[in-house]
Design a protein around this ligand. Structure first.
Ligand code: ADP
Ligand code: ADP
Ligand code: MG
Length: 668
């Protein structure tokens, strides 16, 4: 076995690999760019080597620097993680030439499978059902339209070297192909330095189901069952689970057998993933093979008990697998949520910045479920524009799917992030949907369920009860404190009244509060029932309130707001006022405030750099006309006029840095 391994990656996956190495008694070297000098992975590694500027093509992607770092530190093997150099056969060869073991498959397998066109040819030859299409390069738009018409619309135009959901476009007709082919080609050239394109049938409303395979250098290949990754946004996975709610034993065995056959056909000798698209009728077609560790590998580890990183290291060191297919079985159910730095309330625009608060849920046993959180950040760290915007991969395991969903929903509730936009509320919304619970998933799930984007969800009855109880308890504590301070100042009474009115939007509820030991009883006289609240953690000033309402635990985020509190539970956010019955009466008679008219303003949806300001004061603009272009996270975002009108003033010029919500232009 190796005594020292270099990890050629960063973030959560570097941390993940270090953990297994530590357990195996292997020491670790982590390479890092300028942007990662203070990262968790660097802190945890036994040794570190600086490899250059933040841009990946000057650091993490430079094979020579990585190999030099391995030689300099005496590392015998390199684990590439995912992304970066993990699927570069050339890098695997360079490692071998330098006498260093590449912890991944042999370079022939990467060559054969790392490329979508090549892998489809291979799969077809191995009798695996592939998505119908043209398995070959396409020269020009004419060729592309001819092929699309042969296959029959809709089709998908894909970059052969593509990955991470990039370089993919659906075409429903000839015009889409004429537009899409050059676009995908340009994107592929830019993102992968390779503009080979192919076209295949677009399977409508499919599910994404993939098989984890594992091979050694002695001709053994097994599969570790499936993961379903149908919850995607723009062809990028967001929530994954294992096993899949769609599969029955027979389909599982058939998919597993095809994946193993494909792996055998290329002498696959590491961990890898064979991806399929599946119809709701359980038909399935080979999509691509990822010749590396997969982002969502933790769910497989949770249901099989196999540490995939350990297995990759062992087989790379030449050890044979110590288990056969029959030794493997599925135990329970696991779900993973990818927590991204993005703002779901602003069309999921990327969000960067400092994690001024980062409090993940506790890992480990929570009774009915287990929690695992793979992350590479700590409170105070920064999510930069240079790399993947993933903050953490949160997993929950339970004996069955219902339990895993409940565990995940609670774990998300307990995840507290501040300082940048993040998607935990959005993930909560999905986990709380009846459709998600039903298991009827498809890759269109998010587009179908959130056609107008995400704006939070209306509160359920239980959430209204939670907000009522929490606001009552906080108000009571704060009022008691105020009285106490008053008493010290010479005021007579420390008595806190017990009758209040709780106002949430248009709803007004009378409450009668009384303490019963550790519990607060919130009587709702108009409804003839009461709520029983146990406070498990909150002090004035803290942002989280943990409690249990009528015996079932919850966590909410709380913040003071004008005359009351802002209380957030999962995807619902409420403003709650606690008033005396008299002031509640007055409050009811107040005229409703009309929100200020912001429709005249064009504001920056995110922090970024103004690339161009395309209008001038006094200019008449038409709906759809470009107002300005903002660059953030290497993406150019075009802001367009949402109506016709005349520009009154502009708030920024090309070259300016702007913050989210800065006014860029104002209509007259
Ligand atoms: P999957 O593993 O299921 O295919 P993705 O395609 O979303 O999931 O993830 C792989 C992608 O992750 C890579 O193509 C790359 O863009 C991105 N990536 C690269 N390095 C890292 C990293 N260190 N952390 C997270 N993501 C990374
Ligand atoms: P990547 O390398 O970016 O992961 P994939 O080929 O795996 O590219 O495709 C990414 C996602 O796009 C899939 O998970 C699936 O949701 C969707 N997709 C890809 N090909 C098809 C297809 N032929 N029909 C329908 N959906 C597809
Ligand atoms: Mg894929």
């Amino acid at each position: 076995m190796f005594s020292k391994i270099l990890i050629a990656n960063r973030g959560e996956i570097a941390v993940r690999i270090i953990k297994t190495c530590r357990r195996m008694g292997i020491s670790t070297v982590v390479v890092y760019s300028e942007a990662d000098a203070l990262s968790l992975a660097v802190e945890m590694a036994d040794e570190t080597v600086f490899i250059g500027p933040p841009a990946a093509n000057q650091s993490y992607l430079v094979a020579e620097k990585i190999i030099a770092a391995a030689k300099q530190t005496g590392a015998e093997a390199i684990h590439p993680g995912f992304g970066f150099l993990s699927e570069k056969a050339e890098f695997a060869r360079q490692c071998a030439e330098a006498g260093i073991v590449f912890i991944g498959p042999n370079p022939h397998a990467i060559d054969a499978m790392g490329d979508k066109i090549e892998s489809k040819k291979f799969a077809a030859a191995a009798n695996i059902s592939v998505v119908p299409g043209h398995v070959g390069e396409i020269d020009d738009v004419d060729h592309a339209t001819r092929i699309s018409e042969d296959i029959g619309y809709p089709v998908m135009i894909k970059a052969s070297a593509g990955g991470g959901g990039k370089g993919i476009r659906v075409a429903w007709n000839r015009r889409d192909v004429e537009e899409g082919f050059p676009a995908v080609r340009a994107e592929a050239k830019g993102a992968f330095g390779d503009d080979r394109i192919f076209i295949e049938k677009f399977i409508e409303n499919p599910r994404h189901i993939e098989i984890q395979v594992l091979g050694d250098k002695h001709g053994h290949v097994v599969h570790l069952f499936e993961r379903e990754c149908s919850i995607q946004r723009r062809n990028q996975k967001v929530i994954e689970e294992a096993p899949s709610p769609l599969l029955d034993e027979a389909t599982r065995a058939a998919m597993g057998a095809q994946a193993v056959a494909l792996a055998n056909a290329v002498n696959y000798d590491s961990a890898g993933t064979v991806e399929f698209v599946a119809g709701q009728d359980k038909s399935f077609y080979f999509l691509e093979m990822n010749t590396r560790l997969q982002v969502e590998h933790p769910v497989t580890e949770l249901i099989t008990g196999v540490d995939l990183v350990e297995q990759m290291i062992r087989v790379a060191a030449g050890e044979p697998l110590t288990f056969a297919q029959d030794d493997l079985s599925i135990n329970g159910w696991a779900i993973e949520s990818r927590i991204y730095a993005e703002d779901p309330y602003r069309k999921f625009l990327p969000s960067i910045g400092r994690l001024s608060r980062y409090q993940p849920p506790l890992e480990g046993d929570h009774g009915a479920w287990k929690v695992r959180n793979d992350t590479g950040v700590r409170e105070g760290d920064e999510i930069s524009m240079y790399y993947d915007p993933m903050i953490a991969k949160l997993c929950a395991w339970a004996p069955n799917r219902t339990g895993a969903i409940e565990g995940m929903a609670h774990a998300l509730e307990d995840f507290h992030i501040e300082g940048l936009g993040h998607n935990t509320h959005f993930l909560s919304a999905v986990l709380d949907q009846a459709r998600f619970a039903s298991g009827v998933l498809s890759t269109n799930y998010i587009a179908n369920e959130f056609p107008d984007g995400f704006n939070g969800l209306a509160a359920s009855d239980r959430q209204l009860d939670i907000a009522t109880a929490v606001a009552s308890a906080m108000h009571r504590t704060l009022a008691a404190r105020a009285k106490l301070a008053g008493a010290r100042g010479g005021l007579a009474s420390t008595h806190v009244r017990s009758e209040w009115a709780v106002v949430i939007g248009k709803q007004r509820r009378r409450v009668n509060l009384s303490q019963e030991g550790d519990l607060l009883r919130i009587e709702l006289p108009e409804e003839g029932r009461s709520l029983l609240l146990e406070t498990l953690g909150w002090r004035p000033g803290s942002a989280l309130f943990k409690g249990s309402l009528d015996g079932s635990p919850f966590t909410v985020q709380v913040a003071p707001a004008v005359e009351g509190f802002r209380i957030r539970h999962r995807a619902a956010s409420l403003r709650v006022l606690v008033l005396t019955p008299t002031s509640a009466d007055l409050h009811e008679r107040l005229p409703e405030k009309t929100p200020p008219d912001t429709s005249r303003l064009v504001v920056s949806p995110m922090p970024g750099l103004v690339v161009s300001m395309d209008v001038t004061p006094g200019e008449e603009v038409k709906e759809g006309q470009v107002i300005c272009v903002i660059e953030a996270m290497k993406m150019q975002n075009i802001l367009r006029a949402e109506r016709d009108g005349v520009i009154k003033s502009i708030g920024a010029k090309a070259g300016d840095s702007v913050a989210a919500d800065d006014v860029l232009a104002e209509f007259a």
